[in-house]
Design a protein around this ligand. Structure first.
Ligand code: ME8
Length: 519
């Protein structure tokens, strides 16, 4: 297949460290990315950090360090978390990098020159949590509904972006492209917000905010914050507004296939970002995937409640050597666009049931029987495809259909259903009894079919659990780096595939006592 695929995440604020909400987004994106790598040749995954703004400026001041020092420390911590979680991004963009800053300044100048940005005196309510101005009607009991803080009154002469000029075009785009905003139920929310939009402030006075990108033609102003942050998706590809013709990377990957963000910043991505692209005369991303939020034990994470969990906390407390179980759990805990919840008990139950029992035990049992009766060898006469292989082939299509709609949790359901069928098949056929009773060929056929299903499963589960999947493939002596379109064309070959010593459990049940004593 020769299509190009470009996926991005939101870039995280670096005034803290990564928590499992950030981790959820990065894992979700990584799973989607790894799946599409199994289908497309040219793929790119971008993530990064959003480093400017009043919050960083204030936190750095309170710690008596420079903003860039705070950024450098926390960027390292984010990168370490992503490494620990096997987030396989191609590029990590920092908004403090010279390449990004230079292009953002050029974008601003271009918009100023063409009249999309103008200077205007303004007094309004500013929420530093959202890094944007709010209207009275956005507030709940006088507080920002997202950050539960009272916004400050800010009066300044700022530059404004003519958002209202693009209102009708954005409404038409959303209405004409039902899969532009995923999940579709959020499109109505955006259409309602569009009814009341006003032009937006895109700069702040340097007297109030100094940690940002200066406006090139006006040293009294700092570019603030969304033009800086949103542009990362194109500056990372080397976009240059001054060039007639863009570079190869940009031409290959823009427009993005899917931009993954949280529901709290959908307005910025489906309205501000789209207007900005329209003003730059650039094509629009194909899909904006707005995921839900992760709670812990059904409670919103917050510093004041002291319930913020990092991905490291979870891997350490369950003594997990690879992130696979956490990746699997978190990417299947919320249906497309819905909120999800993390709890230790659910986590343990889910991964024990799906990864240890349904998947790991099936492989382990089948390989042990193959050793016991056939010395680990698949004979030519065993290669007779049964109904179950048709089901496996059909599962590939169902997984693809789910991923085409970015239904990452829903796709795991299809893989688990296939495993349930395979478990039932082996239990019903009882190859151990067949072999004991001398029906060796029949026993061999059953084992071949089950192991062949495991080969399919290894490739389908790979985006979620890359280490476990590779381990399964290693034991089957098969190739994990196979395109999905070739999966059904291949099959396990006759010959000795494994020795007793080579059989290792791919996922051990999480120790229940340990998990319970942890609290
Ligand atoms: O919003 N559950 O940065 P951020 C799920 N810099 N997702 C969560 C979450 C939770 N509990 N908490 C946060 C920003 N997120 C801006 C983005 S993009 C050009 C600029 C998600 O660090 C959140 O929805 O506050 C967002 O998509 C991402 O983490 C970064 O959030």
């Amino acid at each position: 297949m020769n299509e190009n695929f470009y996926i991005t995440t939101a870039i995280d604020y670096v005034n803290g460290k990564a928590h499992i909400g950030h981790a959820f987004e990065k894992i979700l994106t990584d799973v989607i990315y790894r799946h599409f790598k199994q289908r497309f040749d040219k793929t790119m995954f971008l993530t990064g950090t959003d480093e400017h703004g009043i919050k960083i400026q204030k936190t750095a001041k309170s710690l008596n360090i420079l903003p860039i020092e705070l950024c450098n420390q926390n960027v390292e911590s984010f990168k370490n978390s992503w490494k620990l979680l096997d987030i396989n991004y191609d590029k990590f963009i920092r908004t403090t990098s010279d390449e990004h800053k230079k292009i953002v300044q050029k974008i601003f100048e271009k918009l100023l020159k063409q009249g999309d940005i103008y200077k205007h005196s303004y007094k309004g309510l500013y929420c530093s949590g959202c890094e944007c101005f709010l209207n009275e009607k956005d507030l709940e009991n006088g507080l920002c509904p997202t950050h539960l803080k009272k916004p400050e009154i800010v009066e300044e002469e700022n530059y404004f972006f003519k958002l209202t000029k693009y209102k009708d075009a954005i409404i038409n785009h959303i209405k004409n492209n039902p899969s532009f905003i995923i999940p579709s139920f959020r499109a109505n929310e955006v259409l309602n917000q569009l009814e009341n939009i006003e032009d937006i402030s895109v700069s702040r006075s340097i007297n109030n905010v100094n940690w940002g990108i200066p406006v090139l033609s006006d040293s009294s102003q700092i570019i603030y914050v969304w033009i800086d942050a949103l542009s990362n998706y194109i500056t990372a590809l080397g976009y240059d507004p001054d060039k007639e013709e863009q570079n190869e990377t940009f031409k290959t990957f823009w427009p993005a296939t899917c931009q993954v963000i949280g529901k709290d910043i959908l307005k910025f991505h489906s309205i501000y970002w789209i207007a900005l692209l329209m003003a730059l005369n650039l094509p629009l991303p194909k899909h904006i995937l707005a995921h839900g939020w992760i709670t812990i034990d059904e409670t919103k994470m917050s510093k004041s409640l002291g319930n913020v969990l990092s991905p490291e906390n979870i891997l350490n407390s369950f003594k997990l050597e690879t992130p696979d179980a956490f990746r699997y759990y978190i990417s299947s805990c919320a249906n497309c666009g819905k909120d999800g919840n993390y709890s230790d008990i659910d986590f343990k139950e889910k991964v024990n049931a799906d990864l240890a029992n349904n998947m790991g035990n099936l492989l382990n049992r089948s390989l042990n029987i193959l050793i016991k009766y056939f010395d680990g060898e698949i004979k030519d006469e065993f290669i007779v495809e049964n109904e179950i292989i048709k089901i496996a082939k059909n599962t590939i299509n169902k997984v693809i259909e789910n991923f085409d709609k970015f239904q990452v949790a829903e796709a795991t359901f299809e893989i688990m259903t296939l495993l349930n069928v395979a478990n039932k098949y082996i239990n019903d056929q009882a190859p151990w009894s067949l072999a004991k009773n001398g029906n060796l060929k029949e026993a061999g056929i059953v084992l071949y079919n089950v192991l062949e299903v495991m080969r399919y499963v290894s490739v389908l589960i790979y985006p979620y659990c890359p280490n476990i999947a590779s381990n399964i493939a290693k034991q089957l002596k098969t190739n994990i780096n196979i395109k999905l379109c070739d999966l059904g064309k291949n099959n396990l070959k006759a010959g000795k595939i494994i020795t007793k010593e080579e059989i290792i459990p791919v996922f051990l049940r999480l120790d229940s006592e340990f998990a319970q004593n942890k609290k």
